[in-house]
Design a protein around this ligand. Structure first.
Ligand code: 5GP
Ligand code: ZN
Length: 110
């Protein structure tokens, strides 16, 4: 856990947030400023600053994020209508929270 990281505080339940999914390694919650009718954040519990900091031994975490995203898309009913999966990387790539997270965005014209 990184002390001043917002998502570490959410993951560690210091900031109350409803989890739509939780397992040993990952949590999923709604984005506070949704960019679409469905906008979830799929977040590893481990503090990884950005994709740029990802280590080879963390590759399994990335595949877990995508498998959970696929399941969440189905649960949210957007798997057939379609959705986007997105990592913003560093400031120029739109990253604001420097704790790795995968955006699941969809639900338009559902
Ligand atoms: P980034 O731009 O870093 O890829 O995405 C960070 C996302 O986190 C943004 O879409 C922003 O709306 C969301 N966010 C920021 N603070 C909070 C918060 O306290 N709770 C939740 N649920 N989402 C947040
Ligand atoms: Zn963190």
């Amino acid at each position: 856990m990184s002390g001043n990281c917002l998502f570490c505080q959410i993951v560690n339940k210091k900031i109350p947030t409803e989890f739509l999914y939780e397992d040993e390694n990952v949590v999923v919650f709604k984005d506070i400023h949704p960019a679409a009718p469905v906008h979830l954040l799929i977040v590893p519990k481990k503090h990884i600053r950005s994709i740029n900091d990802l280590q080879k031994e963390e590759s399994l975490i990335i595949s877990e994020l995508f498998m959970i995203a696929k399941d969440m898309a189905k649960k949210q009913g957007v798997n057939e209508s379609g959705y986007k999966l997105l990592f913003n990387v560093e400031k120029g790539g739109g990253q604001v929270i420097f704790h790795l997270h995968l955006h699941l965005i969809g639900g338009w014209n559902k």
